[in-house]
Design a protein around this ligand. Structure first.
Ligand SMILES: Nc1ncnc2c1ncn2[C@@H]1O[C@H](COP(=O)(O)OP(=O)(O)OP(=O)(O)O)[C@@H](O)[C@H]1O
Ligand SMILES: [Mg+2]
Length: 331
């Protein structure tokens, strides 16, 4: 590390907690910082490699309540939870399309089917005799033995009816971190880990929020779509804030599925969701996914939409959604 000519005046820093910083090869020249006051910075697990900073001048900075976690994740995989407690809103369809499209872009992707219905596992024609995510969580199987390959760049760990017992089996506070422990281990191998969730409020949902870096909320067109998003937001905020934050997840996308762009009702709902997004932390992008018959037909053939009918509206909208998602997270 070489640092030259740094002058820092009048900095007041309170309550900084920093753990596990690994910094290699930093070259910083001519930094001047004046009148800075920084309160409540929490930094965990920063990995910085090869940073060069030249001629930075920062004056009169006040930073309050910054929480930086896992900056080194840029070098590791991201966990995306596809969540909504409402049933039938397109979580599984979104998980499968995102999985196939991201792997089609050369990314290494793992889907975790975290729903006792195991719809994703069935739709992708998996070997249902292989170990499940529940087997991994209960240490009945090694995580590597549970991974099965679907197509180039796309793997899955299947779901299981036994996930319905999770609320009974996992009752300790530490249990919230079981899925995160698994995904943290796998982040070294995968660019993206997608978690398809059950339409229910349960400990598996909490585990999923704790493991997630990003959350995508599909919603459908009805009077309760705003309520479903608010519920997810309430949960995220509950786990992110408070005395012992256990989640760092950020809601990045709201997908209005089965959308008929041309109808005034759906356009009005899109507008409502945009307004709602403005009130949410991080202002998630609101995108429509067209209603397409092909989306329900593909199930019979165990094919993702992008293979079954790539020209249908929904398939095209998922291509846009994946591009915007990558743009949004800076990939
Ligand atoms: N864009 C779309 N156009 C038409 N039908 C769709 C679209 N997206 C999903 N569907 C259909 O809607 C139904 C519900 O979708 P999906 O299974 O993805 O929802 P889900 O949120 O995972 O449901 P659950 O809460 O039960 O897990 C399925 O039959 C699916 O084929
Ligand atoms: Mg589903």
């Amino acid at each position: 590390m070489s640092i030259f000519n740094i002058s820092i005046l009048n900095i007041n820093i309170y309550n900084i907690h920093i753990s596990y910083i690994h910094i290699f090869n930093i070259n910083i020249f001519n930094i001047s910082i004046y009148n800075t006051s920084i309160l409540n910075i929490h930094i965990f697990n920063i990995y910085i490699f090869n940073i060069s900073i030249l001629n930075i001048h920062i004056f009169n900075i006040s930073i309050l309540n910054i929480s930086i976690k896992n900056i080194g994740e840029k070098l590791m995989g991201k966990v995306i939870s596809i969540a909504n407690q409402k049933g039938g809103v397109g979580k599984t369809t979104t998980t499968i399309e995102f999985g196939c499209l991201l792997s089609g872009k050369g990314k290494k992707v793992l889907i975790i089917d975290f729903d006792q219905q195991s719809n994703t596992s069935q739709s992708l024609d998996c070997d249902l005799k292989k170990p499940t995510i529940y087997d991994v969580m209960t240490a009945k199987a090694n995580v590597l033995d549970a991974i099965q390959n679907i197509r180039e760049g796309l793997d899955i760990i299947i779901g299981s009816l036994e996930l319905s017992k999770a609320d009974r089996d996992f009752t300790d506070h530490d249990d919230f971190f079981i899925l995160k422990d698994i995904t943290d281990y796998l982040k070294k191998t995968y660019d993206f880990i997608l978690i398809d969730n059950a339409p229910a409020k349960s400990i598996t949902g909490t585990m999923s929020y704790v493991a997630a870096d990003y959350i995508i909320v599909p919603t459908d067109v009805d009077d309760n779509s705003v309520t479903g998003i608010m519920e997810v937001n309430k949960d995220i905020q509950k786990y992110k804030c408070g005395k012992r934050p256990i989640s760092d997840a950020e809601m990045v996308l709201i997908l209005l599925t089965r959308c008929e762009h041309t109808t005034a009702l759906h356009q009005a709902l899109l507008d409502d969701l945009e307004k709602l997004s403005d009130t949410l932390e991080g202002k998630p992008l609101v995108l429509p996914i067209a209603k397409s018959i092909a989306a329900s037909e593909t199930k019979r053939y165990n094919l993702p939409l992008m293979d079954y009918e790539p020209k249908c509206g929904a398939a095209k909208d998922y291509v846009i959604a994946v591009d915007k998602f990558l743009e949004r997270i800076g990939e």
